[in-house]
Design a protein around this ligand. Structure first.
Ligand code: BGP
Length: 479
């Protein structure tokens, strides 16, 4: 398929995270993270998988970087494990942890690959959870900013792209509303909003510090953006979409990009008695950080349908599909406001995620119209059961099709005037899915690993690896 030739500077990338890829969860002085603790309790993740093995990136980083270089990758987006560099979350630095990230960063640069670091991808040091309840306490803001300072100063001149916090909307929802992520609290709405307020302050302070210490660096936050479509032209459903956007999207995006909470959403949350205290100084800080933010990081997997939800209707907690048995996910929503039924026009993955490439174009247009900021697609990919076939290879034509359509959507959005800096496939290698074990594979490179965590970790490039190499080589023209 013929695509649009993107600018030579467009950053074709791939993403991964510390917890999901590194393994070595107690090696070389690393402290425990809340995920190490959470996943060690049986019944919480598919197949009781945890991060002890990951896909052994801690020991195989060199092989992976070589494979990236061979593919012509322009940018590698990964997260640093906070407790690997600060085992107690603050104070004492673990030099061996820093040395590992030195190898990865320098290894990228030596191969002509731009490193992009996410400071926080959910693996909070357990010590901070124990000391003061982690993100529930404002103390966590200062500790996060001190950690950010350590990273900025250490990697000054070597890392030019930074993400402060990954998907605050996802991990706080799972952590404080549905008990599916640490700290496993259920239906704690007031705390949920307080934690998010703390995260906004942490993001704003870390971003402004980064801009001061590294004036040439580009810094943003990444957000799991699932745009909402009204179910139909019933005005109740149109309003359900507005409510969904206020509470599920603009709640984060407006703070990041405009420096304040969405007005109608804030009015609603205040009316529910759930609004945290927000001082004038907080709002001034948000506005300063919004002006300084260089790009919006967009993690895009699917769009959502919004339909009016009666007061006794669907709740935020249902049965998520973490088994890969299609059709087992229940509809969730906010009683009295909206619910998110399946889209009758679109197919879904085995894990019930709607497949909607147009939604990515829609997302870029919405963000551009509302915020006028550059966009970086920091994650996009297809979770699928992959199998090694008789010839020993992995023929993932379905993934090629998915990525082709989504990249074409990004190129369309760019053609329409959206300023898109780069695009990252989730993920470079297969890795551990937070809740779904190893079966839900996303990688361009297959990794021999499974729920018993006794695989060889051998890497085999899939068909999608070779296809993405040709996309990069043609600057996006050959899809
Ligand atoms: C995003 C996370 C990633 C990754 C991805 C796929 O929300 O930022 O870390 O896990 O989703 O999710 P899953 O593994 O649940 O399919």
């Amino acid at each position: 398929m013929e695509g649009k030739q993107m600018d030579k500077n467009f950053l074709w990338g791939c993403s991964s995270t510390a917890y999901q890829s590194e393994g070595a969860s107690a090696e070389d002085g690393k402290g425990a993270s809340v995920w190490d603790t959470f996943a060690s309790v049986p019944g919480r993740t598919f197949g009781n998988t945890d991060g002890r093995v990951g896909v052994d990136f801690y020991h195989r980083w060199e092989e992976d970087l070589d494979l990236m270089a061979k593919m012509g990758l322009k940018l590698f987006h990964f997260s640093v494990s906070w407790p690997r560099v600060l085992p107690e979350g603050r104070g004492r630095v673990n030099e061996a942890g820093l040395a590992f990230y030195d190898k990865v960063v320098d290894g990228c640069r030596a191969r002509g690959i731009e490193p992009m670091i996410t400071l926080y991808h959910w693996d909070l040091p357990q010590a901070l959870e124990d000391a003061y309840g982690g993100w529930e306490s404002p103390q966590c803001i200062d500790d996060f900013v001190a950690y950010a300072r350590l990273m900025y100063e250490h990697f000054k001149g070597r890392v030019n792209y930074w993400i402060t916090i990954n998907e605050a909307n996802i991990f706080t929802r799972f952590g404080w509303l549905t008990a599916m992520h640490p700290p496993a609290k259920f239906d704690q709405k007031k705390l949920f909003f307080q934690v998010n307020h703390n995260l906004f302050l942490a993001h704003a302070k870390a971003l402004l510090l980064g801009k001061k210490l590294l004036p040439d660096a580009k810094i943003g936050a990444s957000f799991a953006y699932g745009p909402g479509y009204a179910f139909d032209c019933d005005p109740r459903n149109a309003e359900a979409r507005q409510n969904f956007d206020e509470l599920e999207n603009y709640w984060w995006l407006d703070v990041y990009c405009m420096g304040d909470y969405p007005l109608v959403g804030e009015h609603y949350v205040r009316g529910q008695g759930e609004m945290p205290d927000v001082s004038d100084a907080d709002r001034a800080l948000f506005r300063q950080a919004a002006d300084a933010m260089d790009f919006i990081g967009v993690n895009y997997y699917h769009s959502n349908v919004c339909e009016f939800n009666p007061p006794d209707g669907a709740m935020p907690f249902g049965y998520p599909n973490i088994t890969g048995a299609k059709g087992t996910e229940t509809v969730t929503g906010m009683p009295g406001l909206y619910k998110n039924p399946p889209n009758p026009y679109l197919h879904r993955t085995n894990w019930d995620w709607t497949i909607d490439a147009t939604g990515l174009k829609y997302a870029c247009r919405e963000l551009t119209s509302r915020y006028r900021k550059p966009i970086f697609i920091t994650e996009n990919g297809l979770g699928h059961l992959d199998h090694r076939e008789e010839d020993g290879k992995i023929h993932d034509g379905y993934r090629v099709k998915f990525l082709r359509q989504h990249i074409a959507a990004v190129e369309d959005a760019a053609r329409m005037g959206c300023d898109i800096l780069g695009y990252c496939v989730w993920a470079f290698t297969d890795l551990l899915s937070w809740l779904n074990g190893y079966r839900k594979r996303y990688g361009l490179v297959y990794v021999d690993q499974n729920e018993s965590m006794n695989g060889t970790n051998r890497r085999t490039p899939k068909d999608s690896y070779y296809w993405y190499a040709s996309v990069i080589a043609s600057d996006g023209r050959v899809l």
